[in-house]
Design a protein around this ligand. Structure first.
Ligand code: ATP
Length: 543
């Protein structure tokens, strides 16, 4: 086919809301994703029967499996079998599980007590609270009149107001709210207000949740403690324990997965920014002379890791921090960013890889008085290692997997396995086709690996054989048994939760001891002897 023909075909396909299978998928909206997550038991609003609690989410049965699978994949590829180093050498990374509540001195030394702040601005009228650094403002270029604030990426309300005031956005420049001189804040019309002048000046707000240890203290006694805002500090304060007990040699890593808590000013975008979340962090301790080599290595390795889970490279990008974004102790930092549905066409952070120098070990060494230098017996050298930190969100990673997996397709009616067409989310199926929603998780991450169906629920022999097979498969994989409804409907239910394989037991199975295995993505069906079923699944689930 000539190029122009192909283009014509693509255009006509587009007209009908279709995409080529190789096209980049249009990401689902947050409403679509939250709806699916609730309907199919992935993620629920926390405390829902009490009207929820802003910034907190509960993982349902399938969400828990998915999150555990992502956590296990990270642990496997980071701790048990890390990537080979830049010179093809094997790396040494060990695991840790530290307490959520630490001695408050930890947070003093790490700088979190003094500096883990976000600027916030309140609206006196609507009572809404904003991260001041997430607010942007349309500022009149004339220097006179009302300025219109909006949340980053959501300029529509402000633009509507500008049109209503018979003006044009061309007469404005867009500036961050935090850059405004204080006397100009009174001219700003907040996103949820009915008039200008209701936003407060930005104030610093510490993000750490406080709690109290033991019975209520006597007067003057301070028993305040904090829920950890990151897992990393638990690693630094155990660095010496690990060096003393594990015979690790520089360079080496310590990794940890666990809950972190941040009293975010504006939790939003589903599980992207919540107040309780999970992180997967690794601190890579190395000789100061080698730190920049390891920094480059880990930035690339982490990007590749997300791609290895099936995340489309076109949805991932590396963003190097500008110098003015870096913490004072850091010489470099890069984010792995992802194009979420709610950031498209822009990107949002998924993971940060920071070159932290020896800041953390220096701080803890000084504050605790305990020497944290590493002694190299071969060279008789003492060094305070430098640290490269790949820090990613486990719960944010789940959001990426859901975004990536969500697919709408048009399939020829009757589930005949003909050509399927990639659909724009929300578009209607053309004549002769029906829509299916499918979560295309890689089998490694899918919450349920295999579903088992008897063709008919009222034929005892079929049900018994199906249950026997189910009982055998669930010893090895998360499996699901379903005998309700037509087979096509049962396939669709599994498609929507991302189960890669469905096994059907029919009348031929009773005769020749074979079953049909149906592949989620191609919808192809294979006839497999029961004696080979486990090895077939093993091969395809682990490929
Ligand atoms: P952000 O700029 O989005 O607030 P951050 O740069 O403060 O994030 P880090 O402290 O580097 O984040 O934490 C590492 C990772 O932890 C982030 O890349 C993100 O995946 C995750 N994370 C941080 N804050 C939250 C949150 N409130 N909810 C969910 N995940 C989070």
């Amino acid at each position: 086919m000539s190029c122009s023909c192909m283009l014509d075909r693509r255009l006509s396909i587009r007209q009908y809301g279709l995409l080529m299978q190789t096209d980049k998928k249009t990401p689902p909206s947050l409403e679509t994703l939250t709806g699916l997550c609730k309907r199919r038991g992935f993620i629920f609003q926390s405390s829902e029967i009490y009207n929820g609690l802003n910034g907190f989410w509960d993982f349902g049965p399938l969400g828990t499996e998915l999150k555990n699978n992502l956590r296990d994949a990270w642990w496997q590829d980071m701790v048990r079998n890390p990537p080979l180093g830049p010179d093809g050498e094997m790396l040494d990374i060990v695991g840790l599980d530290s307490a959520i509540i630490q001695n408050p001195l930890v947070w003093k030394a790490s700088g979190h007590l003094g500096g883990f702040n976000d600027p916030m601005a309140d609206c006196r009228e609507s009572k809404a609270r904003y991260r001041a650094d997430h607010l942007m403002v349309y500022l009149p270029t004339s220097g006179e009149g009302t300025a219109y604030a909006f949340l980053e990426g959501e300029p529509a309300v402000a633009e509507k107001r500008i049109r209503k005031a018979k003006s044009d956005t061309a007469n404005f420049s867009v500036v961050p709210f935090t850059d405004l001189p204080l006397d100009q804040i009174a001219t700003v019309w907040g996103p949820d207000a009915t008039k200008a002048g209701t936003l407060t000046e930005p104030r610093q707000f510490n993000l750490m949740f406080k709690t109290f240890i033991g019975a209520m203290s006597g007067e003057g006694e301070d028993n305040t403690a904090y829920l950890r805002p990151e897992t990393a500090q638990g690693i630094f304060i155990n660095y010496k324990n690990v060096v003393d007990t594990m015979r690790v040699k520089l360079p080496f890593g310590i990794a940890q997965v666990g809950k972190s808590f941040r009293n975010e000013v504006t939790p939003r975008n589903f599980i992207f920014r919540s107040r309780e979340f999970e992180q997967m962090e690794m601190e890579w301790f190395c000789h100061p002379d080698e730190a920049s080599k390891w920094y480059s290595f880990w930035v690339e390795a982490r990007l590749q890791w997300w791609a290895s889970l099936g995340v489309d490279m076109r949805n991932l990008r590396r963003r190097d921090h500008d110098e003015d974004e870096l913490a004072h102790y850091s010489t470099a930092c890069a984010d792995v960013e992802y194009q979420y549905g709610f950031t498209a066409p822009g990107f949002g952070e998924l993971e940060g890889i920071a070159h932290r120098g020896n800041f953390d070990l220096t701080q803890h060494q000084e504050a605790s008085g305990v020497k944290l230098e590493y002694f190299n017996q071969e060279t008789n050298e003492r060094v305070l290692p430098h640290v490269i930190e790949p820090a990613s969100g486990l719960t944010r990673g789940v959001l990426v997997l859901l975004n990536e997996a969500y697919t709408e397709e048009f399939v020829p009616k009757g589930d005949t396995g003909g050509d399927t067409l990639l659909a724009e989310p929300g578009s209607e199926a053309p004549e002769g086709y029906e829509k299916r929603i499918v979560l295309k998780f890689s089998p490694r991450l899918a919450p349920i690996k295999v579903a088992v169906f008897p063709l008919l629920k009222n034929r005892e022999e079929l049900v018994k054989k199906a249950k026997d097979i189910f009982a055998e498969l669930r010893k090895t994989w998360p499996a699901f048994y379903d005998q309700a409804g037509a087979i096509g409907r049962r396939y669709r239910r599994q498609d929507e939760i991302g189960t890669p394989f469905c096994v059907t037991i029919d009348f031929d199975s009773l005769e020749d001891d074979t079953v049909t295995v149906r592949d989620r993505d191609s919808m192809r069906q294979y006839r497999i002897p029961v004696s080979e079923l486990k090895s077939w699944l093993f091969e395809h689930i682990n490929e």
